[in-house]
Design a protein around this ligand. Structure first.
Ligand code: ACO
Length: 431
């Protein structure tokens, strides 16, 4: 960051205070209020952090007005078209696209860590079969800190690196194991002759009795989902990872915290909620009924997969996802073509409706991703775990950036207290 040379003046009770305005490489400038409390005795009040930059970052840039998403400066559309997930992982982690030898080395390091400690199987057996896979992967990711003691010293850059590679390599194995456990099938070990994405699909769908044939088109669609979800700057789960990490917690615990946050329906859980909504709508003639409900202020129902805190014109990921949905449904006959038709028609109607237009509500990444995942064969409960798998590299990149930041300190927001002021304790018989 650099000082813009400009200042913001605040006048409180006749006293004037001046705060520096800082500039990044692009995007809105920020008012540096770090000394606000010390100099004025006031806090800022910003629930939901709608006006607060919590950190400096050089990883992902979003311009919500322009519908722009860039990883390390590269537009998401170009990465989705020309790159593949492990190359994007390298980019997010280290800042630049790899050379051929760097990529080969990185892919070999990830591939050599795909298996999980055999003892970890026992964790899965402790869960009920009907446990949500998000509950399982939250627990198992956290449990990794109990298995990989040699990579939890956050002050050692080598250990941080090993922990990062381990999580990226093992998260597909863990997510696939959670799926296998939930459907009562034996775990399927990773196969290192397959690429990252094909290996994940195989670990989910192969059974001892029947091989899962590799399908390049489906692997490509899955890989795109991974790329599109890989990072999204300081969203709720990433901020959770940073906050957890700011206390010095080990990386596995921090990523587990991120997974827990992602689970919520306003965040990663929306893809599951969206497909369930499309299935509930069922036929295009029922769309208007659901639009009406979404617009009713007395009805808590919202159009799932619609709206975004940051994107106010369109979500660039939704465009790529829509193309991918068309491609996948032209390859597999999942019986879900009507669902895709409903999604497209719902989008068309909503984008012409004054309610959605005036509130600048557009389809987000989750609107079409559920249709694709469903066509690939995943049950809705697996949608958010797949999001978590994809986002793991983003969380790790953000966590590593934070740890390496010299001015990093424990995250500790303040509050506007509105509870009772001091009261005297009364013994039970006097209340
Ligand atoms: N359907 C109907 N109305 C909506 C929707 C929706 N999906 N989203 C927002 N609105 C309305 C709100 O009711 C509100 O209307 P009002 O001004 O009349 O009260 C207005 O639009 C603004 O809504 P906010 O909740 O203030 O917007 P915010 O930016 O805080 O919320 C959010 C963003 C949480 C994503 C919201 O749009 C939503 O709940 N969408 C559905 C869930 C979803 O798809 N989440 C996925 C997000 S992307 C991701 O995590 C990968």
């Amino acid at each position: 960051m650099k000082d813009s040379g400009r200042t913001a003046e605040i006048s409180i009770g006749g006293e004037n205070y001046s705060f520096p305005i800082l500039s990044g490489t692009t995007g809105p400038d920020v008012i540096d209020v770090r000394k606000l409390y010390a100099s004025t005795g006031f806090f800022t009040f910003d629930p939901g952090f709608t006006s607060t930059a919590s950190c400096e970052s050089s990883i992902t840039y979003i311009d919500g007005e322009a519908g722009m998403l860039q990883y390390r400066g590269y537009p998401i559309e170009e990465l989705a078209e020309h790159s593949h997930f492990l190359e994007v992982c390298f980019l997010l982690l280290y800042g630049d696209l790899p050379s051929a030898s760097q990529l080969e080395d990185f892919m070999s390091r990830v591939t050599n860590h795909t298996m999980v400690h055999e003892q970890m199987r026992n964790f899965f057996n402790g869960f009920r079969r009907d446990a949500h896979p998000m509950a399982i992967i939250t627990g198992v990711m956290g449990a990794m800190s109990a298995f990989y003691h040699d990579s939890i010293d956050i002050n050692d850059p080598v250990q941080r690196e090993i922990a990062s590679i381990r999580m990226i390599a093992k998260v597909p194995t863990i997510v696939a194991m959670a799926y296998k456990y939930s459907v009562g099938q034996p775990f399927c070990y990773p196969r290192n002759d397959l690429d990252y994405t094909s290996n994940f699909l195989r670990m989910c769908f192969e059974v001892p009795a029947e091989a899962y044939p590799e399908n390049k088109a489906l692997s490509r669609a899955m890989d795109r989902i991974f790329i599109l979800h890989a990072d999204h700057e300081q969203n709720a789960s990433t901020s959770t990872v940073r906050l957890a990490g700011s206390s010095g917690a080990n990386p596995f615990a921090c990523i587990a915290a991120g997974i827990a946050c992602l689970w919520g329906p306003s965040h990663g859980g929306a893809n599951q909620a969206c497909l369930e909504m499309l299935l509930e709508i069922g036929t295009t003639d029922r769309i208007s009924e659901f639009i009406k409900r979404a617009k009713d202020p007395d009805d808590p129902f919202r159009l799932m997969g619609f709206g975004h805190r940051v994107y106010k014109n369109f979500d660039p990921r939704a465009k790529v996802m829509k193309e991918s949905a068309d491609e996948v449904l032209s390859v597999v006959d999942s019986g879900r073509k009507p669902t895709l038709q409903i999604a497209k028609e719902l989008e068309r109607i909503a984008l012409e409706d004054e309610y959605f237009v005036s509130r600048r509500l557009y389809p987000n990444v989750d609107f079409y991703s559920g249709v694709i995942l469903d066509a690939l064969g995943f049950p809705t409960a697996m949608f958010t775990p797949i999001f978590a798998l994809s986002r793991t590299v983003g969380w790790i990149s953000q966590w590593k950036e934070m740890i390496a930041e010299p001015m990093q300190k424990i995250g500790r927001p303040r509050q506007l207290f509105v509870g009772p002021v001091e009261r005297r304790y009364l013994p039970l018989h006097q209340r």
